[in-house]
Structures are given as C-alpha cells and as structure tokens.
Design a protein around this ligand. Sequence first.
Ligand code: NAD
Length: 355
Amino acid sequence: MRLLVTGGAGFIGSALVRQVVRETGAPLLNLDKLTYAGDLDAVAEVAGHPAYRFAQVDLADTEAVRAAVESFAPTAIVHLAAETHVDRSIDDPAAFIQSNIVGTFNLLEAAHAYWRALPDDQRAAFRLLHVSTDEVYGALGAEGAFAEDSPYQPNSPYSASKAAADHLVRAWHHTYGLPTLITNCSNNFGPYQYPEKLIPLMIRAALAGQPLPVYGQGRQVRDWLYVEDHVRALLTVLERGKPGETYVVGGRNERPNIEVVEAICDLLDELLPDASHAPHRRLISFVPDRPGHDQRYAIDPSKLMDELGWRPREGFQSGLLKTVRWYLEHPEWGHGALAAGRLGLGWARSGRAGA
Ligand code: NAD
C-alpha cells in the first residue's frame, strides 16, 4: 500500500495518518493546505518516520495536485481535505466551494489521469475513498435513520458543498470507471479536534469556568462516533468495499446536544473533584439557535456492519472519557487558535457552539 491522504493535518485525517504509519509503516503522503484547521502537531508523533511524507498543497491548485499524485504514485487515495465548519460556511461560503468542490474535482482529474496510465493489475487494485458527511442527507424528524439510499437534501453551504463533491466522485466512477468509494459519517469526537467544534469547545470553556453556550435548548440530536472507530471504518471500506458503492458510518450513539454537554460536565466533576467551577453543569447557558439548524441526524450502519464486518470499539461514554482525559492532558492543544481568535462563530459573534 502507498497511501495518499488529503487533509491529514486535520482532526480525522491526522488520526488516520497516525494509525496507518504506526500500525503498517506503509509509505504515506499527507497532502494538506494547512488552513486554520490544519495543525502538524497532530501528526508530530509520526513526522520522523521514514514512511511518512508531508506536502503543503492547496487542492484548488490543479498543477500542484497533479504533480503530487504523479510523483507519489499511490495505490490508494483517502480524501478528507475540506472546509468543515458549518458556522464558517454560513459566514463565508466561498472557501467551501473552492476547497470542497473545485478541490475534489482537481483531485479526481489528477487521480483519473494517473490511474488511466497504470498497468492493468495496478489499475484494478487502485482505490479512491472520498470521506463525506451524513449532513448531505439533511435533517431527520423524530424517527428513522440515514442509510445509503437516503435522498440528498443538504441544508447548509457546508453540506451542499460536500454533496456536490459526492456527486462528482460518483460521476467519475460511472463515467470513467475510476474505482471510487464514498463514506458518509456522523459526528466524530476524540483527540486533536479543532477547538471550535462542540466537544473540545465545551471542555475548554468548562475548564476555564466560562459559560457553556448551547444553541436553542440543546435538543438537536447528533449521532456520535469516536474518531478512531471512524478511521477503522475507512480502512475497512478501503480494503473490502466495493468500488462505486457508498457506506454510511455511525456508532448508533444518538444524543441531544444538551446531554453531550451534561455528560462532559459530569466527567469533569468526576475527574476534577476539587475544581472551583464544579458542579460544571451550572456553567451551561442557552443562546439563540443557529439559522437553519438541522434537528436530528442518525445513521443506520447495517451495510458496513453486515457486508464488511466493521464494528465500533468505543461506546459514547467510553469514547467521551478518553476524549475528556486527552484534553485534560493536553491543555496546550488549540491554544494558539483560541489566542488568535480563530474560532468560526462569525455569523453572530456571541460565543455559540454547534456540532
Ligand atoms: P478538519 O477541519 O479538522 O480538517 C480539514 C483539513 O483539510 C485541515 O487539515 C485543512 O488544512 C485541510 N484542507 C482544507 N482545505 C484544503 C485544501 N483546499 N487543500 C488541502 N487541504 C485542505 O476536518 P475533519 O473534521 O478532520 O474532517 C475531515 C473530513 O471528514 C472532511 O471532509 C469532513 O467533511 C468529513 N467529516 C467530518 C466529520 C466530523 O465530525 N468532523 C464527520 C463526517 C465527515
């Protein structure tokens, strides 16, 4: 395996890079623009490994993407690079169009040209896995769950840009035969997440004794997956998934946002019994809802489980305990971003947090 990972300096991409280099030692090229959300500290533990290489490349740069693919000669590409924060997409959608749509198009073109010229056996074995989100399916009511045949109904500029990318990937398979796969995953949590996302934001604010701003009444439901389980799902799909297919990924961990925040508070009470802010639940404050906020996401991962044999190893509570412990042990993580005021809360700068 020679793996080209885009977005490997981000939250999920870095977890993939760390796991692959640590466990396989296979040659790996991490291609990342290093936007505000990319941080090479997240891959520092593998930076000195002989199998690991990094290239700072913007996917919007057609020629640089082509050159990186040709010169590294991957057997597989896992495409995670994207602008990912819904609040930022409401503020400034242009970057989402460039990175998520034009960037995916450039990667597909580069991969297609490279793949077409491969010998037959290598062409048959090549894979391009596009990592997407369940948000492309829009919002659910109180019942049901997203599956591979759910209709696309993206509601935010972020999810619309991811949906567009999914359609391009699908079309490059159907039109040109490029062996692509798509995964649509629910909300991830775990170490090294950029501090604008719900769980790290709440942990950090709670540690500082600051208010924990929850949108609306916190009744929006998300389906949570520990990031290392997502990485194992990606590697399973890469290895055993059928080209042209989509797999939805989730851990059957539905929680209203308010319960997530309460669970964080309770863990902090347990882990830091002497904290002056305990009980941490009293820091929770409700703020006006995000425009167009999707009410509920849930995933039915039966296809991935039944056909490919994937199972998550962490439940919500065990994953959250690992996560909270990690942020307690790494107080320096995200400090630079916070100090520089680089949190994506712009559409109403009042300290809101969403997932
Ligand atoms: P992230 O924001 O933490 O990291 C994104 C990475 O992509 C960063 O390192 C950034 O520098 C890089 N990047 C952005 N634009 C780029 C460009 N034009 N060229 C090259 N690199 C660029 O994101 P994440 O949370 O790790 O998400 C990774 C992928 O997984 C995304 O495609 C996202 O849509 C998808 N996803 C995320 C979640 C989640 O809960 N975080 C859930 C489902 C799917």
